[in-house]
Design a protein around this ligand. Structure first.
Ligand code: GTP
Ligand code: MG
Length: 267
């Protein structure tokens, strides 16, 4: 999209990670700061969303229609819907260009691989976001409780970053569901590779750990490990950090007023 269109945040994460809830709560929260956030639903399979999207892909493609029309099950229909969606990227891009406001936040399909691994998605991301886009990647809190689950999500996030080629920040979603000590442990893993390595040796043993830590070290060396920021859409915590990230990427917009943003180290 051209440079006059607002910057775009794609919210990405595994199924049920809290993507739609973040879009909902961020939009509501930012409006209190006089920041006009436009929400977009790119998930054709969403049964219902709790926000009122300025643009909803279900107006173009509905999963149930695709299932009926092409006689497909839900998984096949998701794949076809992702491709049909990308085929209409220009049309969708034009609709989004007509949106004015400060920021566009985009809810993506439940299955991360559908969004990140279909060739068609790169085209969609190019058309909808171009240079002016970034990824908010959500870690599932339950999966993050074990060192191996945590590392798996780090790797997945880096693959999404690699596939889509956009600046990416990792958030620990639904952090209100974690006990204080669990939360502290996970955040420390995000900051101190040697502590994570120790936990991983404990859980997974030598060979797997060496492989995973080797990957993470390489990522760190190329600046791909910006840590992990806690987020709770439920309690409206961490939303200022989402805004700070967008501001650091794109500039502009009113300052977050609660002043709770930590020093975020972006690439
Ligand atoms: N406690 C708590 N629950 C949350 C939070 N965010 C989301 N949830 C719950 O987690 C579940 C999944 O949230 P969604 O926002 O639908 O997640 P999603 O990633 O959009 O899910 P899919 O689109 O199906 O992949 C819902 O039951 C939400 O109410 C949060 O910050 N705290
Ligand atoms: Mg959703």
């Amino acid at each position: 999209m051209d440079s006059s269109t607002p910057p775009v945040l794609f919210v990405v994460g595994t199924a049920g990670a809290g993507k739609s809830s973040l879009v909902n709560s961020f939009q509501r929260w930012s409006r209190f700061l006089d920041i006009e956030t436009m929400s977009v639903n790119l998930d054709p399979g969403a049964e219902r969303v709790h926000y009122d999207p300025e643009f909803d892909v279900r107006e173009f493609i509905s999963l149930t229609d695709v299932m009926d029309e092409y006689d497909l099950g839900p998984n096949g229909a998701q794949i076809l819907a992702a491709d049909l969606l990308a085929a209409q990227a220009e049309e969708i891009g034009l609709e989004l260009e007509s949106l004015s406001g400060d920021l566009i936040i985009i809810d993506t399909p439940g299955q991360v691989e559908l969004f990140a691994f279909r060739q068609a998605s790169n085209h969609l991301v190019d058309v909808l976001g171009g240079e002016n886009a970034a990824i908010v990647y959500l870690f599932d809190p339950m999966l993050s409780k074990t060192a191996s689950g945590f590392v798996s999500q780090m790797l997945l996030s880096s693959i999404v970053h690699f596939r889509l080629g956009l600046p990416t920040i990792n958030f620990l979603s639904k952090s209100d569901l974690l006990e204080e000590d669990e939360l502290a442990k996970i955040l420390e893993w995000g900051e101190r590779l040697e502590v994570l390595e120790y936990a991983l040796y404990d859980e997974a043993g030598g060979q797997r750990t060496e492989f995973a830590i080797g990957q993470l070290r390489m990522m760190q060396e190329s600046g791909i490990l910006p840590g992990l920021v806690p987020l709770s859409s439920e309690l409206e915590e961490g939303l200022a950090d989402v805004l700070t990230f967008a501001q650091s990427m794109f500039g502009g917009m009113a300052d977050a007023k609660d002043g709770s943003s930590p020093d975020l180290d972006f690439e």
